[in-house]
Design a protein around this ligand. Structure first.
Ligand SMILES: *Cc1c(COP(=O)(O)O)cnc(C)c1O
Length: 446
């Protein structure tokens, strides 16, 4: 197979070596280390619009967009200007500020929440939402789904354990059994499992938390009516329904995943968590919901929650500016670019004889290297990650930066113009052939 010689990586490799000497695995979040795909992680020096530039001078079309946040593209001039002006006024005061109020108003206007509290990461948002749900209901049990990621909250780093065990086991060393003993882990999209859990333990369940549309096992959309069913089941049993929109919020659509189901079907979650896009590339996240629930939070109520940098003026300014610029046109543009790439990728993979299924919700999508639809984590885990690794590296060699894991959503931005999309399309045929050569079961399409 011919192609350009692989791009130089000496500067990234040298930095990676230095990084590994002083940081575990050389990275500050595991997926960045390329362990799932092999090879040298690229150290990025700068980014503009749809493009990343690494320390060796290679340019890539960015299809992760900081794992979602960069909805408008990198270094957007209006966001940059607003941030620069905010920085000139000082960077943190530990007092209330105007941008916090404006960002909260913007979120309340778009999303199904009456009040919001800001935090600095999605992890803090889900952790705090669960504490609030427990404080509000006076109950302890939390229900989650296998394959849904809610940050690295101890009680949510849980796995289902054996078929006989009702309550979960720690998903990682360092989490004590006592932290997951009150967590139930169910298969996604499985109404019978939810009904059974609530029938047996309904009066102990404080909340059910779910990704509004899972994107952390690849994109696995809720089946029609599934989120409404969850909201109704929770309501019947006096439990709170927490919709985690950290990834999908202001991303899947202007109103997040809720804009695609709840807003249409006429139901609202009790609590919603946000992050990623709402921080505009800075560490900002939030949880919000019903006023009567949110008012149980300190200082109005007894449930404690706090943060030194919560509502930071730079982060909230970046988020506010981003959301104000995230118009219908932005979502229409991203959706159209996503459709072009999805269609082209499916065509090239078919031509090359690679089993694949494209799954999407709103503007978010991912491609599984297998031949049946994915409805839960068990299905997702059957994706051919060897074929994906080969596909990933061929794309990277041709100037396209995909998520370095088969279990992640692909993200576009308003800055993905014709040139960026064309670069992706040009890389696809070679990458599809590389995937075909690496398939675990060649010719498994049928
Ligand atoms: C990214 C993510 C989180 C965690 O957010 P962090 O800011 O990384 O702590 C939580 N929930 C979902 C759905 C996410 O995608």
């Amino acid at each position: 197979m011919t192609g350009p010689t692989a791009p130089p990586t000496a500067a990234s490799a040298a930095l990676f070596e230095r990084a590994r000497a002083v940081t575990p695995g050389g990275v500050n979040s595991p997926v960045r280390a390329f362990n799932a795909v092999g090879g040298t992680p690229r150290f990025i020096r700068s980014a503009a619009g749809a493009w990343l530039t690494d320390v060796d001078g290679n340019e890539y079309v960015d299809l992760i967009c900081s794992w979602g946040p960069m909805l408008l593209g990198h270094a957007h001039p209006e966001v940059q200007a607003a941030v620069a002006a905010a920085v000139a006024r000082g960077t943190s005061y530990g007092t209330p500020t105007e941008p916090e109020v404006e960002l909260a108003e913007e979120i309340v206007a778009r999303a199904p929440v009456e009040k919001v509290r800001f935090v600095s990461s999605g992890t803090e948002a889900t952790m705090s939402a669960i504490r609030l749900a427990r404080g509000f209901t006076g109950r302890d049990v939390v229900v989650k789904f296998a394959g849904c990621y809610h940050g690295h909250v101890d009680s949510l780093l849980a796995s289902a354990g054996s078929g006989l065990a009702t309550f979960a086991l720690p998903g990682t060393p360092g989490v004590p059994e006592s932290s997951t003993a009150l967590t139930m882990v169910l298969p996604y999209n499985d109404r019978a499992a939810v009904e059974k859990a609530f029938a047996e333990h309904g009066d102990r369940i404080a909340c059910l938390i779910t990704e509004a549309a899972p994107g952390n096992m690849g994109v696995v959309p809720p089946e029609a009516g599934f989120n409404r069913f969850l909201a109704e089941t929770c309501a019947q049993h006096g439990a709170l329904f927490i919709s985690d929109e950290v990834m999908t919020g202001f991303r899947a659509s202007k109103q997040g995943q809720w804009g695609l189901d709840g807003a249409v079907e006429g139901w609202t979650p009790d609590l919603v968590t946000f992050g990623k896009v709402m921080g505009g590339g800075f560490p900002a996240a939030a949880f919000g919901g019903r006023a009567d629930v949110m008012s149980r939070l300190a200082p109005d109520g007894p449930v404690y929650q706090a943060g030194t940098l919560s509502g930071n003026p730079i982060a909230t300014t970046a988020g506010l500016t981003t959301l104000r610029l995230a118009t219908d046109d932005v979502y229409a543009h991203i959706g159209a670019a996503a459709d072009t790439i999805k269609t082209a990728a499916a065509d090239e993979l078919s031509k090359a004889g690679v089993a694949h299924v494209v799954q999407a919700t709103g503007t978010m999508f991912s491609i599984f290297f297998m031949d049946t639809a994915v409805r839960d984590f068990d299905d997702a885990s059957r994706t051919d990650s060897r074929a994906y690794a080969a596909f990933f590296h061929a794309m990277l060699d041709h100037g396209v930066y995909l998520p370095p894991s088969a279990y992640e959503a692909w993200f576009l931005s308003a800055a993905h113009d014709d040139r960026a999309v064309q670069t992706v399309l040009d890389a696809l045929p070679v990458a599809a052939r590389a995937a075909a050569a690496a398939q675990e079961t060649p010719g498994a399409t049928s």
